[in-house]
Ligand binder design. Structure first.
Ligand SMILES: Nc1nc2c(c(=O)[nH]1)N[C@H]1C(S)=C(S)[C@@H](COP(=O)(O)O)O[C@H]1N2
Ligand SMILES: [Mo]
Length: 330
């Protein structure tokens, strides 16, 4: 199997390509952990400043106004600044550098857009994005997002529980898992022509995880439509799992009987398990998951935060895994 996906370094969790590319010099100058932090910090500052100049999608694009709700675990942490949320991204279809999606995603055409919902359902259907925007009342949900690479953000998403959509198509008793497929069009997505992953990006959830009220289908953030680099026009957000489960720019949602084969699972099954629940006690084979950096609040001497079991949503979701060995089913 191809092993060309990036290998985060333990000190400053940034794709290896970053070091091997134009920032090699900075990385080499930066000696030790503090130095590595400096390199990462300088990089994020630079990205955030570019972002301030990029126009926001704005209220002109139709997004029904959300009513603010904080289901379950209310996140009291400070929000990650908009500029960081929209410039420090993982969206490999637009490149592997954290700044690539913000630079390249303007190529993505988000209209017309449809999402096919099919498989083990009584009422398979293709939904236009306009229909999805009206399918359920929009809610604002402030969630932590924890990337497997060792950083996290706090983002005010706008969307509704995926359960609303699943109920509308009536899953059959054979619908045991939900598979999410995202757009892979090399004409719009320069990274989708590369072989970093075997496109399209596919993710999956067990049906009870997909039906859980915390599992969000998101259409916006910070009260506005999703910026393209964050997965416009519709993405998943599963706050108790590592960020890569939260598939961006979804085109198909399929209910299936067998556990789906995911893009990351195919690339490196020993590193990316199907469940991928945030768990400080289960390290990634190449680095610890015990702590994390909060993007946007990391001054040079800011301490890392301890990683929370289920990313802090244990009270809501631990029951889904009762009796399961989470080291085995990582
Ligand atoms: N289609 C697609 N979805 C994706 C990814 C990707 O590369 N392609 N990256 C994932 C990863 S690793 C993370 S951490 C989150 C990042 O979401 P954000 O950029 O909105 O913070 O998106 C996830 N969804
Ligand atoms: Mo991630």
């Amino acid at each position: 199997m191809r092993m060309r996906f990036p290998q985060p370094a333990a000190s400053e969790i940034t794709p290896r390509a970053v070091y091997e590319d134009r920032r090699r010099l900075i990385a080499q100058l930066a000696v030790g952990a503090a130095g590595a932090t400096l390199a990462g910090w300088a990089q994020r500052q630079a990205l955030a400043q570019t972002a301030a100049a990029t126009p926001r999608p704005g209220k002109n694009l139709a997004l029904p106004a959300p009513r603010t709700t904080l289901p379950g675990g209310a996140v009291m942490d400070k929000l990650t600044p908009y500029a960081d949320v929209t410039t420090y991204n993982n969206f490999y279809e637009f490149g592997m550098d954290k700044g690539d999606p913000a630079e390249q995603a303007h190529r993505l055409q988000v209209r017309p857009w449809t999402v096919l919902v099919d498989g083990e359902v009584a009422r398979p259907r293709r939904f236009a994005i306009e229909e999805l925007l009206k399918l359920a009342p929009m809610e604002e949900r402030i969630y932590r997002l924890r990337c497997v690479e060792g950083w996290s953000m706090v983002i005010p998403w706008v969307g509704w529980s995926l359960a609303s959509l699943l109920k509308a198509v009536e899953p059959t008793s054979r619908g045991k898992y939900v598979e999410f497929t995202t757009l892979a069009d090399p004409r719009q997505m320069p990274g989708a022509a590369s072989r970093v992953l075997d496109w399209p990006y596919v993710e999956g959830l067990r049906i009870d995880e997909a039906m859980h009220p915390l599992t969000l289908l998101a259409f916006g953030l910070y009260g506005e439509v999703l910026p393209k680099q964050n997965g416009a026009p519709v993405r998943l957000v599963v706050p108790w799992k590592y960020g890569f489960k939260s598939a961006k720019s979804i085109v198909r949602i399929r209910l299936v009987e067998q556990q789906p084969r995911t893009a990351w699972g195919r690339a490196a099954p020993q590193e990316y398990g199907f469940y991928s629940n945030v768990n400080p006690q289960v390290d990634h084979p190449r680095w610890s998951q015990a702590s994390e950096r909060r993007i946007g609040e990391d001054g040079l001497f800011t301490r890392k935060r301890p990683t929370l079991m289920f990313n802090g949503y244990g009270e809501q979701v631990a029951g889904l895994y009762a009796g399961m060995d989470l080291k085995r089913f990582f």
